[in-house]
Design a protein around this ligand. Structure first.
Ligand SMILES: [Zn+2]
Ligand SMILES: [Zn+2]
Ligand SMILES: [Zn+2]
Length: 271
């Protein structure tokens, strides 16, 4: 018989489904995948729906028969579940029991929606900034080589090397901006990346305005170019600005919640 494979929902690894009536484990991350014909009820209370799979015996249990533990693996915390059978408890001793109270106090579910919004706003702003960079470079090349304006306006002459250097610098800055913008989603980094994003934004805005003035854009002969560039620039700056302010505010709120949770549980001395 041919063994069917599915993709692990946690790590994306290939899991061979060897048992249709039992739990199959991902060999990479040990996530359980239920067999298609498997009974979904608690193996001790057949009338109750099971909620977890014991990581030791692979049987399914209801909330009453299980313990949650937290394990430190390579500096990352993850939760494991074991049932209350003596053997399974013994085998799980290496992991610490999960402190439910602490988990509740540091629960960040309230921030899910706002985090999504922040990511979208800053992400969109940062992507627009990159598109702006591209349009800017293309219009400079167009002005320089495909119109006669540069000949008529000596002030407008663009030395080729400097155009390239400034464009690369601009792209680099906007890439760093985008990279930072995508970090606002991570709880622990939100506050820091919100603040960093604000600083990069100021640097980027100063750089773009300075570059525009250097290229003498104010006297450029195409009437629609300046409003277009300035409009796109302002729009993306506003988006990133709002996003970074929101990330800073929400990040600070999370930081406070985390701190007060640690104080409540006596993990940190109150100052
Ligand atoms: Zn996996
Ligand atoms: Zn067990
Ligand atoms: Zn049960």
């Amino acid at each position: 018989m041919q063994v069917q494979h599915i993709m692990c929902p946690v790590c994306g690894g290939r899991i061979p489904i060897e048992h249709n009536d039992k739990v199959n484990r991902c060999e990479y991350c040990a996530s359980p995948v239920l067999g298609s014909d498997q009974n979904r009820n608690c193996s001790r209370h057949p009338d109750r729906l099971a909620v977890e799979v014991c990581h030791v015996c692979n049987e399914m249990f209801c909330e009453e028969d299980i313990e949650y533990r937290v394990a430190d693996y390579g500096g990352k915390l993850f939760t494991i579940v074991n049932c209350d059978k003596e053997y399974c408890v013994d085998e799980s001793q290496w992991a610490k029991p999960l402190n439910r109270e602490y988990q509740q106090l540091v629960n960040m579910d309230w921030a899910d929606n706002i985090d999504n919004l922040i990511l979208r706003v800053t992400g969109l702003g940062a992507v627009l900034m990159m598109i702006f960079e591209l349009v800017f470079v293309l219009s400079m090349i167009y002005l320089q080589y495909f119109t006669t304006h540069s000949a008529n306006l000596p002030m407008f002459f663009l030395p080729g090397d400097i155009v390239i250097v400034l464009s690369i610098l601009g792209n680099l800055l906007s890439a760093i901006l985008l990279q930072t913008a995508l970090q606002v989603y991570i709880h622990e980094r939100q506050l820091g990346s919100g603040i960093v994003l604000l600083i990069i934004l100021v640097a980027e805005a100063a750089f773009l305005i300075g570059r525009g003035l250097y290229f003498n854009l104010l006297i450029n002969p195409i009437p629609w170019l300046l409003p277009l560039l300035f409009g796109a620039f302002t729009f993306s700056v506003i988006l990133v600005f709002i996003g970074s302010m929101m990330a800073t505010a929400v990040g600070y709120k999370k930081h406070k919640q985390f701190r007060s949770a640690r104080i409540t549980l006596g993990l940190t001395a109150e100052r």
